[in-house]
Design a protein around this ligand. Structure first.
Ligand code: SF4
Length: 72
């Protein structure tokens, strides 16, 4: 199963990931960055196992203007 990886400390808070997948992301009112819901966070890197809808995941990756979302 693939994992979404987000380098959260580099998030610029554009909101593109939240618009694309509102069920998976929320904008934090504390720091204005996107939070990957239910993710494990290690060293400011959020990791979440996800389903296999690779087209949606590809859209997610390309939507991030600072390229801090990966699927591995
Ligand atoms: S698309 Fe990237 S920069 Fe924009 S809010 Fe999401 S993680 Fe942050």
């Amino acid at each position: 199963m693939p994992n979404i990886i987000q380098y959260r400390n580099k998030c610029i808070g554009c909101g593109a990931c939240v618009e694309l997948q509102p069920g998976l992301w929320r904008m934090s009112k504390k720091d204005g960055k996107a939070t990957l819901l239910n993710a494990t966070i290690k060293n400011s890197i959020a990791i979440l196992p996800v389903g296999k809808d690779m087209q949606k995941l590809q859209e997610l990756i390309t939507s991030c203007p600072v390229k801090i979302i990966q699927v591995i």
